[in-house]
Ligand binder design. Structure first.
Ligand code: DP6
Length: 352
């Protein structure tokens, strides 16, 4: 299958050009946590693509100069990042035969705080992959649009798994599952719009910055810990099974079941890390306080405020715009913001 992404006709006319691309971040509902050789996910995942949180990347390419990469993040040179990108470019040469034939200056900016723990690797690699496919388009005299996005998703995955889902709007699936036609381990696909109840198409994600700064554990280490975790196989199976109710929930608009499933997925990811060797607790006190408050709030008001978590302490507060959102927003402002480190919150909506 990877064969489809290896160019058959490798006649390229390379030239010195610059391209700019922007790519949003995404937040997973059924989580990807655990992978095999070649960035193959251990289970399928599904995410919402965000609207405001994105990365904007400009790449200048200088043809026929010795291969090198220089990167700037928000105007500041980042040598570590450049090393990572160099390695990445070498890794994908099979799919873009021209890629090592020049020098790169990459300037990238995020619309959200770097320290927020919002997946900048997803939007970052998504934006780079888009730029690369723009170059490929220019150097090869045109690529069909649908294939271009699919290959960008394929290439983004090789940079960071969750990045492949950022190439599409709406709800996006990565990883093969019988529940979603066309799904693949190699690239993401958009979950069919007509199979999504309207309540899920107008949704908020407010990210409470409980803890700013470096994550306790990188995703590379986290994924790696699943290899020796005796509970991992069962977890992968559960994620696969969760696609069955998820499909039904998305069709019928059953918010209660959606809340249960999404929160369960988040807590399972954290539980897996607690049961790893070495063990990691990725939540902070504030995370626990917010979760307990959300549960009490739901019990008392029946309003659809719930959470998901990535591999860190920050809490993604999810709630639909279904007429009750103002009450939920006031509650967040008055009761939940106090648990953030510096009053930090990133207010986003899902991109449909
Ligand atoms: C917890 O995509 O960051 O956000 O493939 O090693 O780059 P790599 O991992 P990454 O893992 C993200 C995991 C997650 C859940 C998810 O987005 O599905």
């Amino acid at each position: 299958m990877t064969q489809n992404f290896i160019p058959q006709n490798s006649e390229y006319k390379i030239s010195s050009v610059e391209v700019t691309a922007s790519c949003p971040s995404n937040i997973a509902l059924i989580k990807y946590w655990g992978k095999y050789e070649g960035q193959i996910p251990a289970n399928p995942s599904i995410s919402y693509t965000l609207n405001h949180c994105h990365t904007i990347t400009k790449i200048e390419f200088f043809a026929d100069e010795p291969f090198s990469v220089q990167t700037f993040l928000a105007g500041k040179e980042e040598v570590k990042f450049a090393e990572k990108i160099e390695k990445y470019f070498k890794n994908i040469e099979l799919y873009l035969p021209w890629i090592l034939k020049g020098k790169y200056i990459i300037k990238t900016e995020n619309t959200f705080p770097h320290s927020s723990g919002i997946a900048s690797s997803a939007s970052g690699f998504g934006a780079i992959a888009k730029c690369l496919m723009d170059f490929d388009d220019i150097f090869s005299n045109g690529i069909e649009k649908e294939f271009k996005t699919k290959k960008a998703s394929f290439l983004a995955r090789l940079g960071s798994g969750s990045a492949c889902r950022s190439l599409y709007d709406g709800l996006v699936v990565w990883g093969e599952t019988d529940e979603v036609m066309g799904s693949s381990d190699l690239f993401a696909v958009q979950y069919p719009n007509e199979k999504i109840h309207p309540v899920f198409k107008n949704f908020n994600d407010w990210v409470l910055l409980i803890h700013e700064g470096q994550k306790t554990v990188s995703s590379t280490v986290g994924h790696g810990l699943m290899d020796a975790n005796p509970y991992a196989e069962r977890r992968f199976q559960e994620a696969r099974e969760n696609f069955v109710p998820m499909k039904e929930i998305l069709k019928t608009g059953d918010l209660q079941k959606f809340i249960q499933l999404v929160e369960h997925e988040a807590l399972t990811l954290h539980a897996m890390m607690m049961m790893s060797e070495p063990a990691f607790i990725l939540m902070k006190t504030g995370t626990m306080e917010v979760i307990n408050k959300i549960w009490n709030f739901r019990k008392e008001t029946n309003l659809p405020l719930f959470f998901t978590l990535d591999a860190g302490a920050n809490v993604h507060l999810l709630f639909p715009n279904n007429g009750q959102e103002n009450e939920i927003k006031s509650y967040i402002e008055s009761e939940l913001l106090q648990h953030t480190q510096n009053g930090g919150v990133v207010k986003d909506v899902m991109r449909f």
